[in-house]
Design a protein around this ligand. Structure first.
Ligand SMILES: C[S@@+](CC[C@H](N)C(=O)[O-])C[C@H]1O[C@@H](n2cnc3c(N)ncnc32)[C@H](O)[C@@H]1O
Length: 327
């Protein structure tokens, strides 16, 4: 099903056509595993996306403003090298930083298509409506899908630049990240460019502070996954019966977010027929955010079929932007 609002906007909705058993199986497998986990895409309903936008503005969350500065500095060069007329963003969210790239494309009259691709339908629609007003003549083909399953919904276009920003790649374990980027690579034409934003390994204190903000917004975001289980999968748990926990796992160079049960309780997820007993203090892992360095990023790109062309990073080495090409 494709839905059309403005003639310049097409929204493709593969997620709503997805066999609902797919996500149910992911949840079930995660909650029956050891450790117990939940897929982090479940954070992102309308409330979750809005909370993530607030996280991006937090003083402790240095990642967004650093990536924004880097893009501002290098967008003209990136757009010049890529020669792209179509920008595809996987996990596009509010596409705030994306505007820097869209501006650079527009300034050399290269901007034709934008493809925002995200699991949250509300944000894909909002961004599409905002951007057609901001960039007259721009065509938008939004995809409401899971980028691990629905990449074939990216429309055929002209010369493309595919981007993944915001540390989204770090939410996947190493092997899954490589599998995902290999699939991205197969959807691209030879000569297309790929821009990957990675969060770099830095002091654990700085990393942990970024996920334990003093206003408690990250805690609300983390607990939103319980609200999503309630609203979409028929459970009735109290999000406040969990504490937010975020800590750095040095061996795997990643931040892990967990929900720690404040009491003995049972997660009854009606639609899945699941009854998960949790002891007081027991934890469910809701997200990993893997940190990279330049060589890890280059290896990941090479293993996924890309050749790195340029590496950009800030003076404090907090964020890396790898521009790569499909040979
Ligand atoms: C860390 S946020 C980054 C948002 C934005 N790109 C930025 O840089 O601020 C991750 C984004 O990816 C989306 N997302 C997470 N898992 C996804 C999946 N499996 N398929 C598609 N989108 C996903 C979320 O809805 C969210 O908008």
């Amino acid at each position: 099903m494709t839905s059309q609002t403005d003639p310049s906007i097409t929204i493709d909705l593969p997620l709503t056509r997805e066999d609902p058993d797919v996500v149910k199986t992911e949840i079930t497998r995660g909650l029956l595993g050891n450790p117990k986990t939940l897929p982090s895409k479940l954070f992102y309903d309308e409330r979750g996306s809005t909370l993530f936008e607030r996280i991006c503005e937090l003083p402790e969350y240095y990642q967004t403003r650093t990536e924004h500065h880097l893009l501002t500095k290098w967008a003209d060069e990136i757009v010049g090298i890529s020669g792209a007329e179509e920008l595809v963003e996987l996990g596009s969210g509010a596409a705030t930083k994306t505007r820097v790239l869209l501006d650079a494309m527009a300034s050399v009259d290269q901007l034709r298509y934008f493809v925002p691709f995200d699991v949250d339908e509300t944000i894909v629609r909002r961004v599409s409506e905002e951007l057609v007003l901001e960039y007259p003549g721009l065509h938008i083909h939004g995809v409401v899908g899971d980028f691990l399953f629905h990449l074939e919904h990216i429309p055929e276009g002209g010369k493309r630049l595919v981007v993944i920003l915001g540390g989204t790649i770090g939410n996947l374990p190493a092997l899954a990240a490589q599998g995902f980027l290999s699939s991205v690579n197969s959807e691209m034409a030879s000569g297309d460019y790929f821009l990957l934003g990675v969060q770099l390994i830095t002091e654990p204190r700085r990393l942990e502070a970024a996920y334990n903000d003093s206003q408690g917004i990250t805690a609300k975001f983390n607990k939103n996954i319980i609200r999503v289980l309630n609203s979409q999968f028929g459970s009735h748990s109290d999000a406040e019966s969990f504490d937010h926990v975020a800590r750095y796992n040095e061996a795997d160079h990643r931040i892990e977010m967990w929900l720690r049960s404040r009491e003995d309780q049972t997660l009854d997820i009606q639609d899945l027929g699941l009854h998960i007993h949790l002891k007081q203090g027991e934890e469910i892992r809701t997200e990993i955010s893997t940190k990279y360095d330049r060589s890890l990023a280059e290896e990941l790109l090479a293993a996924s079929g890309f050749a790195m062309v340029k590496w950009y990073s800030d003076p404090d080495n907090l964020i890396g932007l790898a521009l790569a090409k499909k040979p």
